[in-house]
Design a protein around this ligand. Sequence first.
Ligand SMILES: Cc1ncc(COP(=O)(O)O)c(C=O)c1O
Length: 404
Amino acid sequence: MLNTEKIRQDFPILKKGIIYFDSTSSSLTPEPVLQKMLEFYHEYRANVDRGVHRLSQKASEEYEKAHAKVADFLNAKSQNEVVITKNTTEGINTVANGLQWKKGDKIVTTLLEHHSNFLVWLRLKQRYGVKIEIVKPKPPVMYGLLDVGDFEKIVDDKTKLVAVTHASNVLGTISPVEQIAEIAHEHDAFMLIDAAQSVPHMKVDVRKIDCDFLAFSGHKMCGPTGCGALYIKNEVMDEIEPLNIGGGVIEDVEINNYTLNKTSKRYEAGTPPIAEGIGLGAAVDYLQKIGMENIEKHEKSLAKQMYEEVSEIPKIEVYGPPPQKKISILAFNVDNLNPHDVALALDVSANIMIRSGHHCALPLIKQVLKKSSVARASTYFYNTKEEVHKLSSALRDIAEHLTQ
Ligand SMILES: Cc1ncc(COP(=O)(O)O)c(C=O)c1O
């Protein structure tokens, strides 16, 4: 059981009466994470891997520890499989631009994807003539559930990469990534997972899933902005040419040649986001202390409550599957109201923050939901049943009084 009351003390914004239902976009950051970053600035503010003096040694040690914490969190074999990035987007771009492509290579992705796991593949199509095949959700499509059988039909020996979101940022749907990875590997294709919405909310085990690449953002899991991570399975590391090269990536340099470091260090060119990386390590500590199983359980109960209370309000249409099949996200529209107006009304009338718009998932919004935008409320472990109830009451008011 979570002690939500105690946990909430770690988040100063929550003490100001704010009800934050936009963690899918970016989570709040707790004090212990901020304190850990401040410790770097106050006590060992120096560059990493570039000095023998004690401040640099200490900063390097803490930055290394952050990699080790992320590796442990994901059950990776070693911290050498973890690259600290700016965000999920950078992680996916690193893979997209690092693999060697030729005309006729095939990429399989889905209609559920965030633009970060979609545009990169479209660009490869334009650049190299790579073929993209898109798996659509099975009926009822607005649940956003993927059918493993569709991957069996579409993934073939020409497929070089299967790139799938682990959890949809609009519908919350959880994808069967373990089975999809197995299908990809039967055809010698790589498996990439966009884990921006799974790693913060559930236990993710890269060895159990057996993916080759997995990207996520620190700022969605209590870490600071400006950091994320990319897992690259050790066995496939040589397949990925680094996006940037420069300081910090080499084993040796001659006048005419260079050899790259054998570990994930080769993907962290230049001075890295040291404080943010250390903050990411602290966020992992924070989540592990609470326990991912406890987080998941708490959020499941909020998801159920939110779904039940909101879907029974007249004039509100909810999208996505029933709560047992998804993370705690609720996408909806209130009658003919523009979702931005709904979000503003919730802010002004009830101090409730939600997201509205296309959620950087236009193919899904347009082709699956047949809309141009939707409203979305999303919870995290610091939210409470009372807050969910305030959301549904405020929405009931809006549906009653603001619609014609
Ligand atoms: C599923 C999914 N993928 C990728 C991203 C991109 O994350 P970032 O903006 O941190 O790179 C997001 C952000 O909302 C997301 O929800």
